[in-house]
Design a protein around this ligand. Structure first.
Ligand SMILES: Nc1ncnc2c1ncn2[C@@H]1O[C@H](COP(=O)(O)OP(=O)(O)OP(=O)(O)O)[C@@H](O)[C@H]1O
Ligand SMILES: [Mg+2]
Length: 229
């Protein structure tokens, strides 16, 4: 399997959301929301974009407190985190006002149960002026909707969708090191429409070809392929 980054429609929508947020005037709130089913590439594109644009990427963990999330942000900003939460917020404000950076919080679902942590994300946005992008699962949009003060600040939303046939063509073409015939691809597309599935499927087909000395994958091999949904 080739280690390439594939520019799917979801990737293009993500980049557009980031550009739109950055271009907004100071008066407009700059919070973004990216959500969708598992395995569609939300985390991968966030890390890819963060590396290229010097953004802060933080992955939330189960039941993280507002102190915990601020500590991670400060570490990602390259500073030694203070002991007190109020000082952590001060560090974020001082750093980000001087060097504006986009902040991306992945797996935001983990924070939903904690009102205070959600309020901290709002403060982070309001007090630092930094665009803050939240990434979560399909249900996160409805769940965040209950936090009206935060939801009100979300000015850009992108839902990651399962892949179209165009996307799957590009994914197979760019990632598979073994040739897959056009007829075989048609069947493969019926079996997978998310990245995680596609990657597992391609890896299995590559192995199959290797163990059986095949130079291409045909209908027979794909028909026998099982990929968990
Ligand atoms: N643009 C891409 N190019 C190549 N591989 C990708 C791309 N996006 C995702 N992948 C691969 O697909 C798999 C699933 O991606 P990822 O973990 O980003 O999905 P996710 O939407 O964040 O899932 P979850 O909701 O479960 O966190 C990973 O192995 C990842 O490396
Ligand atoms: Mg993820």
């Amino acid at each position: 399997m080739r280690k390439l980054f594939v520019k799917t429609h979801n990737v293009k929508n993500f980049v557009e959301l980031m550009n739109n947020l950055i271009d907004k005037s100071n008066e407009v709130p700059k919070m973004g929301l990216v959500y969708g089913d598992p395995g569609l590439g939300k985390t991968r594109v966030a890390v890819w974009w963060a590396n290229r644009n010097d953004a802060v990427y933080v992955r939330a963990q189960n039941n993280m407190t507002s102190h915990g999330i601020l500590e991670k942000v400060v570490e990602e900003l390259g500073e030694a985190p203070s002991k007190k939460s109020t000082d952590l917020m001060k560090q974020c404000i001082a750093h980000l006002r001087l060097n504006p950076q986009v902040i991306i919080i992945d797996e935001v679902d983990y924070l939903i149960g904690r009102f205070k942590t959600i309020e901290t994300l709002r403060d982070l946005h309001d007090l630092t002026g930094a665009p803050v992008v939240l990434i979560g699962m399909q249900e996160v949009k409805t769940k965040l909707g209950k936090f009206r003060h935060l939801y009100d600040r979300i000015s850009e939303i992108v839902e990651f969708k399962t892949f179209s046939k165009d996307d799957m063509e590009v994914i197979v073409e760019e990632l598979s090191e073994i040739k897959i015939t056009d007829e075989a691809k048609e069947i493969f597309f019926e079996k997978s429409n998310r990245f995680r599935q596609a990657i597992k499927g391609i890896a299995t087909l590559e192995n199959l070809a290797k163990t059986n000395g095949l130079n291409k994958i045909d209908v027979k091999q794909v028909k026998g392929l099982t990929i968990e949904k």
